[in-house]
Design a binder for this molecule. Structure first.
Ligand SMILES: *[C@@H]1O[C@H](CO)[C@@H](O)[C@H](O)[C@H]1NC(C)=O
Ligand SMILES: *[C@@H]1O[C@H](CO)[C@@H](O)[C@H](O)[C@H]1NC(C)=O
Ligand SMILES: *[C@@H]1O[C@H](CO)[C@@H](O)[C@H](O)[C@H]1NC(C)=O
Ligand SMILES: *[C@@H]1O[C@H](CO)[C@@H](O)[C@H](O)[C@H]1NC(C)=O
Ligand SMILES: *[C@@H]1O[C@H](CO)[C@@H](O)[C@H](O)[C@H]1NC(C)=O
Ligand SMILES: [Ca+2]
Ligand SMILES: [Ca+2]
Length: 282
């Protein structure tokens, strides 16, 4: 019953460093100011039972904000020797638009909501859609994520020219993977100025280009708006349409959707839940 206690893997983000960086930059996102402590629980439960357990003993099932947290959870899962573990991400019924680059410190107020849709857009055909800057213009179209286009990465290490056009046609998921490996992520567009900069980098003759905006219906157990996703190849695949789907981390660190009624180990977190800032004066 208490076996999981030995597996607790405290993961403290360096609070002071973050606060200082936050104060200096003047751009302070509450969500990632909050250090989360993750706990791998080796008992096998359904997703709903795991959620209840985490809410009783800790704060909630794990929410993951970015690659840094992802790497730490991956190590914790490997150290615990579990093959798969539930996290807090469950499939819901209302798809929402969100940016691939999930770091909330990157955005100031309202900047995640900037849109530059073309007339008549978005007009999603299915549930999940991805966004291009259209051929020959700066307006946006939603498009099936399986199409292959050139794409724009954002490279956070280059402050003079952070946008990189990749002239290699890929579907949205592969483009995202490429940008995360070689740069920071697919490009986010925070205002009209950035839309013009990106459109200039795109140049002419490149057709539609992918940007980082996508739409899905996954929701975090704690109500977080984190858009971070780390699916394995061909996931989520919604195998068996009669189920509700929930998310597992596998020992490879990649995510898999599975019917929520299956039992597995799980990961809880302890810390502030979204909406409760660690620093109330901000
Ligand atoms: C953000 O949007 C809200 C609602 O539209 C508005 O009241 C607020 O002034 C905006 N904030 C900024 C900084 O533009
Ligand atoms: C993207 O392309 C890869 C192959 O390059 C394929 O395995 C994957 O299923 C595709 N994903 C989507 C969403 O089309
Ligand atoms: C920034 O990007 C520009 C244009 O791609 C490139 O010429 C420059 O070398 C880059 N700087 C760094 C520090 O990577
Ligand atoms: C992108 O960032 C990486 C470091 O993450 C850096 O090595 C590389 O030079 C950057 N590329 C460009 C084009 O700025
Ligand atoms: C666009 O957003 C960036 C990032 O927040 C900011 O530095 C820039 O001043 C903004 N430009 C305008 C015109 O709002
Ligand atoms: Ca469309
Ligand atoms: Ca699956």
């Amino acid at each position: 019953m208490c076996g999981h206690l030995h597996l607790h893997t405290p993961i403290w983000l360096p609070v002071c460093l973050h606060v200082c960086a936050c104060l200096l930059s003047g751009v302070c996102g509450l969500s990632s100011s909050v250090p989360r402590q993750f706990h791998v629980v080796k008992e096998e439960k359904t997703w709903t039972e795991a959620q209840q357990y985490c809410r009783e003993k800790f704060t909630d099932l794990a929410t993951i904000d970015d690659m840094a947290e992802m790497e730490k959870i991956k190590s914790a899962v490997q150290d615990a020797g579990v093959r798969e573990a539930w996290i807090g991400l469950k499939h819901g019924s209302s798809p929402k638009w969100q940016w691939s680059l999930a770091d909330r410190d990157f955005y100031r107020e309202n900047e995640t909501e900037f849109r530059n849709w073309d007339n008549g857009q978005p007009n999603p055909a299915g549930g999940e859609e991805c966004v291009v800057i259209k051929d020959g213009g700066g307006e946006w179209h939603d498009h099936s994520c399986t199409s292959n286009f050139h794409f724009i990465c954002y490279n956070g290490t280059n402050s003079t020219q952070p946008y990189v056009l990749v002239e290699d046609k890929k579907n949205w998921t592969d483009a995202q993977r490429y940008c995360r490996e070689h740069h920071t992520d697919l490009a986010s567009v925070r205002n009209q100025t950035e839309n013009e900069q990106i459109t200039a980098v795109r140049g002419s003759g490149n057709g539609h280009v992918w940007i980082g905006l996508f739409r899905d219906a996954w929701e975090w157990s704690d109500g977080s708006s984190s858009s971070f996703r780390h699916w394995g190849p061909r996931e989520p695949n919604y195998g068996g349409a009669e189920y509700t789907f929930c998310t597992q981390i596998t020992s490879s660190g990649l995510w898999n959707d599975a019917g929520c009624q299956y039992t597995a180990s799980f990961i809880c977190y302890e810390g502030e839940s979204p909406g409760h800032g660690l620093f109330p004066w901000f």
